[in-house]
Ligand binder design. Structure first.
Ligand SMILES: Nc1ncnc2c1ncn2[C@@H]1O[C@H](COP(=O)(O)OP(=O)(O)O)[C@@H](O)[C@H]1O
Ligand SMILES: O=C(OP(=O)(O)O)[C@H](O)COP(=O)(O)O
Length: 655
């Protein structure tokens, strides 16, 4: 049975750790200072664990909803100041979350340092979960820790997208939320009592429906109660009722009866004519009903007594939604009483949903007296509804198949003049959409890269060079270096292609030096390995691959490996029209993956992407990429024609 990796399973020393926290905290409207630092405090154990074990903590969060634009009102600068005073260590605030300034700040980090990046929602790509943005975010790190439970119901780049490129493990807060809420949903100890309140039935219908399957009692407070009471024919005066949910309320009451779930509604309520402090208020029995012109704004004393009785023997309690307008003291008694009752239930697991329920518990200073106060309102609600949580589903699992992002790469080799290359790049740009679920990369000749870069710059199609020499500059006639490529925004470099090895005599050692140079300049190597027909027929395929891998990777650490893509290109299938069978290809690539597992660990072997190369065509590509160990293709001849677009479409259908 595979399990989610945890922070304890990961070697953190020297690692650049991208930590997704939820620092979406309220800021004081006048001073801009943090007015409630609960969520910052909740992240401290994870941050301290990382820096105490020698990691470099690079924190990323959103704040508010700035709609993809830079807005000082939503800056995390003040949050960085509060974090620094809470953690008692310097926190460097970086006024961006991707790009040169971030890369420079990360490169200057020492083990144990803390960076907080600027609001990730200043980029619209965050909420779109844009793959390129996810890749850029993950490129500054070696591992991803997701401690943002409050955002776990969102599928965004910084919590979900990056998990395609980095191993992603839960932080301590995320782990505790999953354990506590997961227990309350899957395996609660009985009697199991759920208390629901807040404003609207429509907000909580999912929770009620889901928990009717598990709970023994459901206690209803807040404004929600009036929709149920009206469904029972009681008069509710001017209380907050969702008229369009009355039938639904009746159905729920009926379902509760069928399932033998005690559905407990208030028996009295505190009413007032205005929702304002100091307005005249009184308690009415709900059998008599709320008089016209009055609103029910809290549960009454008899209801408090009734609810306390229903809670007295509970073993598991979940509370989501205040019992009344708790923001105003006149109508906070119900909420405060329930909070105090839960705090007194020493034999029960007491779990508070996030949002206003958490605010209420904190308001009465009772957070330490309950088992768990969730840091996510919407997130805990959706989890209690049994909805899938993208920010949890994306976590890496041990031994399980981690979905790796597919790649289709076109190696143009020595084909297409610069003008022909520009023309063909223009065709690709117009034929391949920008919202790709797979990575598309082309490798023109070095002569054509600048022109192709210009054509592709506003598309999602990436590009690279077919070879480099491992020096940064010097007397190497005809060669180019990795250090020159940043001028052209090149991201990928083919290294060790079989033609470099067998036509130009490149040794494994030279290939290894090229890989180091590519990594040094922040580029992504596509490291080609493969055996010749003679070697395969002599039964030496594995020996040859092992030699090439070990020599190519010599001196590289896990963090380097996380940035490398491998291409298995059996020499006998390159340019010969003979394609490896899916089984042959998968066998070789499984061997490579197992070798990486033995050298660098399971989680890395699961996340490294391995492409197949050798006579790929639209008619054989589908069967290849459906294999367990094949994450795409390094395409030769077929990348020079329109068939390349078909290959991308095939990969998209598999993403
Ligand atoms: N009887 C009531 N009448 C009007 N509003 C109410 C009543 N009881 C609670 N509320 C309001 O409901 C709001 C919280 O509802 P909701 O957002 O659903 O809670 P949560 O965030 O905990 O899920 C609070 O602002 C509170 O003032
Ligand atoms: O505050 C949050 O949600 P919550 O108010 O439901 O707890 C989370 O930070 C998610 O924010 P979002 O609802 O803007 O995605």
């Amino acid at each position: 049975m595979s399990k989610t990796l945890t922070l304890k399973d990961i070697d953190l020393a020297g690692k650049r750790v991208l930590v997704r926290v939820d620092f979406n905290v309220p800021l004081d409207k006048e001073t801009g200072e943090v007015s409630d630092d609960t969520r910052i405090v909740a992240a401290l154990p994870t941050i301290n664990e990382i820096i105490e074990r020698g990691g470099k903590a690079i924190l990323v969060s959103h704040l508010g909803r700035p709609k993809g634009k830079r807005d000082p009102k939503y800056s995390l600068e003040k949050v960085a100041e509060r974090l620094q005073s809470l953690i008692g260590k310097p926190v460097t605030f970086v006024p961006d979350c991707i790009g040169e300034e971030v890369e420079k700040a990360v490169s200057k980090m020492n083990n144990g340092d803390i960076l907080l990046l600027e609001n990730v929602r200043f980029y619209s790509e965050e909420e779109k979960n844009d793959p390129d943005f996810s890749r850029r975010l993950s490129s500054i790190a070696d591992i991803h820790v997701n401690d943002a439970f409050g955002t776990a119901h969102r599928s965004h780049a910084s919590n979900v997208g990056v998990a395609r490129y980095l191993t992603s493990v839960p932080g301590f807060l995320m782990q505790k939320e999953i354990e506590m809420l997961g227990m309350a949903i899957e395996n609660p100890e009985h009697p199991y009592v759920v208390i629901l309140g807040g404003a609207k039935v429509s907000d909580k219908i999912g929770v009620i429906t889901n928990l009717l399957e598990k709970a023994d009692r459901i206690l209803i407070g807040g404004a929600m109660m009036f929709t149920f009471l009206k469904a029972q024919g009681k008069s509710v005066g001017d209380s907050l009722v969702e008229e369009d949910k009355i039938d639904l309320a009746r159905e729920i009451l009926q379902k509760a009866r069928e399932k033998n779930v005690e559905f407990v509604l208030p028996v009295d309520t505190v009413i007032a004519k205005e929702i304002a402090a100091g307005s005249e208020s009184k308690v009415v029995d709900l059998e008599e009903g709320v008089p016209a012109g009055w609103k029910g704004l809290d549960i009454g004393p008899s209801t408090i007594e009734l609810f306390n009785k229903k809670l007295s023997d509970a073993k598991t309690v979940v509370w989501n939604g205040p019992m009344g307008v708790f923001e105003i003291d006149d109508f906070a008694k119900g909420t405060e009483s329930i909070a105090r009752t839960l705090a007194s239930l020493n034999d029960a697991v007491t779990i508070i949903g996030g949002g206003d329920s958490a605010a209420a518990i904190n308001k009465f200073g009772l957070a330490e007296k309950v088992s768990h106060v969730s840091t996510g309102g919407g997130a805990s609600l959706e989890m209690l509804e049994g909805k899938e949580m993208p920010g949890i589903k994306s976590l890496s699992i041990e031994g399980g198949k981690k979905k790796r992002r597919l790649m289709v790469a076109g190696n143009w080799k020595m084909n297409k003049s610069p003008n022909e290359a520009r023309m063909f790049a223009g065709f690709l740009a117009s034929s391949i959409g920008n919202e790709n679920a797979v990575d598309v990369v082309v490798f023109p000749t070095s002569l054509s890269v600048a022109g192709v870069a210009d054509i592709l710059k506003d598309t999602s199609i990436k590009f690279g060079v077919q070879n480099i020499y491992p020096a940064d500059s010097g007397a190497f006639t005809g060669e180019i270096s990795a250090s020159m490529l940043s001028d052209l925004a090149v991201e990928y470099v083919l290294v060790g292609h079989s033609e470099r090895r067998h036509i130009f005599g490149e040794t494994c050692e030279l290939t290894g030096e090229k890989i180091k140079s590519v990594l040094k300049h922040g580029l992504t190597p596509i490291f080609c390995v493969g055996e010749t027909l003679e070697e395969r027929e002599a039964g030496r395929m594995k020996e040859v691959l092992e030699t090439q891998i070990r020599k190519g990777f010599s001196g590289l650490g896990k963090s380097d490996l996380e940035r490398i893509i491998i291409a298995y290109e059996p020499v006998w299938a390159i340019g010969t029209g003979v394609v490896a069978s899916p089984e042959q290809a998968d066998e070789a690539m499984k061997f490579i993956r197992d070798l990486i597992a033995s050298l660098y660990g399971v989680d890395l072997s699961e996340s490294v992407r391995i492409l197949y190369g050798g006579s790929i065509k639209p008619e054989n590509f589908e069967s290849l990429i459906s294999m367990e160990n094949i994450d795409g293709g390094l395409v030769g001849g077929a990348s020079l024609q329109e068939s390349f677009v078909q290959l991308v479409a095939i990969a998209e259908s598999h993403a």
